[in-house]
Design a protein around this ligand. Structure first.
Ligand SMILES: [Zn+2]
Ligand SMILES: [Zn+2]
Length: 543
């Protein structure tokens, strides 16, 4: 688990504090730099209800878009509502960090998330940051619609896509006018009219549009205006920011659990619409106090169930790969090879000894032959009668006798060498037989191993093909998430929700989590709070 300091360094890299406006108050409000961080909650407003949610969640870090103390303070007494928030957080070891105007102008920033929520194609920043050579950072975004809509359609879509609030989306302009190019800016936007006009857009979607700037903008040109709740235009950023921190956590293997607050902290809670003329926008009838499960991913329930089939095949594939790697023949061949090496060394030593002994025998036989020839020569001289001097005769007879003794000794040597050589030859024969027998055992085990591997390979090919066919019917984004999780989570990326427990980590779901899963739409891709795997609902889920 990372220390708060590590997480803060990562956050500062995403939203450098020095890029905040001069008047802003961003950064860490409270928190111990050395404390460990496991759970992180993202929210727009650091209000008491959100602080309580952080406590309930067991969060260690709360990251909000709006500052708690924008203008400084001289007291954090719990008798003030902000002081109460500080007390709640510190009492439960929860750090508070603010990314405000530094997140507005970041790439990606608050308006990118807003444009993303509305499916808009981003062209560039509305007020570019002069210090960004790439021209991507800055306040607001200029966007294009893939398919032009009427102002009415665009406003209705914005109201449906942004989190529901009492206000909904107000619009100014002819409801039937065409909207192709729009400027968007999360949060208060009525100081940006000059830039909006310069951008030549058809409409401007933002929040907190006051009467006079709006009225003047409408008199100035035919620019259509859309005014949403401040909170609703900034809330999409919390999901984007959580995803950014998730990505960093994955990269560093931090194992952070990020959460996005779904408490509606828009201060407006009711809306009394005037009787609507037909061309007007639809009214909001009810405002939930909590957003429904806000998915990052949707997939048809049938696709989710099929993902379990893919998971089963992937498990089979890893079992087969394991089986192939741990075939008993592998160990058998290894042992046989070791024995073979040892015996072959002994055989080579014996063969060397045998050839040495053969040379020794030849040499001894030559010695015998030399002595025999000398003795024969002497005998011939003696027999010829040429030697007559008694002294010479005695010497010759003496030499013949001593040569005879010498030949006898040398013949004993030959016999001894021959005996040794015979025993070495026996050893060579025995070792040769053993080496050959081992070689045939190795050949046999190798053949058995290859046959077993071939069988497994054939099964792997069949299962791989089957997996390809089923995976091909699953939406790409769901499959990508699954593959990523499978890699991170020891081969299991998707698990059944069975009898209220996650089949991946075997943890029973907490009642709050269970309620969230119950209220999630069937096509919402739900994740296990504990192991982050995709949780697939089935009739046996016990919901
Ligand atoms: Zn704001
Ligand atoms: Zn789990």
């Amino acid at each position: 688990m990372p220390a708060l300091n590590d997480v803060l360094a990562a956050l500062d890299a995403l939203w450098p504090p020095e890029r905040a406006e001069q008047w802003d108050a961003v950064g860490t409000v409270c928190g111990d730099p050395d404390a460990e961080v496991t759970r992180v909650l993202f929210a727009v407003d650091p209000v008491q209800e959100v602080a309580d949610e952080a406590v309930d969640l067991g969060a260690d870090l709360l990251i909000t878009h709006h500052p708690l103390y924008l203008r400084g303070t001289t007291t954090v007494a719990a008798s003030t509502f902000k002081g109460r928030v500080v007390h709640t957080l510190i009492k439960h070891d929860i750090a508070l960090h603010v990314a405000h105007t530094n997140a507005d102008t970041a790439d990606p920033g608050v308006s990118d998330a807003l444009a993303g929520a509305l499916d808009l194609r981003i062209v560039g920043p509305l007020v570019p940051d002069a210090t960004d050579p790439e021209g991507r950072r800055g306040l607001g975004r200029i966007c294009e619609l893939d398919h032009p809509e009427t102002l009415r359609e665009f406003a209705e879509r914005a109201a449906a896509r942004l989190p529901a609030t009492a206000q909904g989306v107000r619009a100014a302009g002819d409801p039937d006018r065409t909207v192709r190019r729009v400027a968007v800016s999360g949060g208060s936007g009525d100081s940006l009219f000059d830039a909006v006009r310069a951008a030549g857009v058809d409409a401007f979607l933002t929040a907190d549009l006051r009467h006079h700037p709006s009225s003047e903008a409408r008199e100035h040109s035919d620019l259509a205006l859309l005014d949403a709740a401040h909170w609703a235009t900034e809330w999409p950023w919390t999901e984007q920011a959580a995803a950014q921190l998730d990505e960093i956590s994955d990269r560093h293997d931090w194992g952070l659990r990020t959460h996005v607050s779904r408490i509606v902290t828009d201060p407006w809670t009711a809306h009394a619409a005037a009787p609507p003329p037909p061309a007007r926008l639809p009214d909001l009838v009810s405002v939930p106090t909590r957003l429904p499960w806000s998915p990052t991913l949707n997939a048809a329930p049938a696709d989710q169930i099929r993902l379990l089939d893919v998971q089963a095949l992937d498990v089979r594939l890893s079992q087969l790969a394991h089986k192939r790697k741990t075939l008993p023949e592998h160990a058998e061949i290894e042992t046989l090879n070791a024995d073979h090496t040892q015996l072959r060394d002994l055989l080579i030593a014996a063969q060397t000894e045998e050839s040495d002994t053969a040379r020794e025998q030849t040499k001894a036989e030559q010695d015998v032959e030399q002595v025999r020839q000398r003795a024969a020569r002497d005998q011939k001289r003696l027999d010829s009668g040429a030697v007559t001097s008694p002294k010479d005769l005695e010497n010759l007879q003496h030499e013949i006798a001593s040569l005879a003794k010498r030949q006898g000794d040398l013949e004993d040597v030959v016999l001894e060498v021959m005996e040794r050589r015979e025993s070495v030859q026996e050893r060579v024969a025995e070792l040769t037989e053993r080496v050959e027998s081992l070689q045939s055992k190795i050949a046999d085990a190798t053949a058995r191993r290859d046959a077993a591997a071939e069988g497994i390979d054939a099964e792997i090919a069949t299962v791989t093909k089957e997996r390809e066919v089923i995976a091909g019917t699953i939406p790409a984004d769901l499959l990508t998430l699954y593959d990523k999780l499978r890699e991170q989570q020891g081969g299991i990326g998707a698990a059944r929700l069975y009898q209220r427990s996650c089949d991946g980590c075997r943890q029973e779901l907490a009642i709050t989590e269970l309620n969230e899963v119950r209220s999630a739409a069937p096509d919402t891709v739900v994740r296990c709070e504990n192991c982050r795997r995709i949780l697939v609902r089935t009739p046996e889920s016990g919901l």
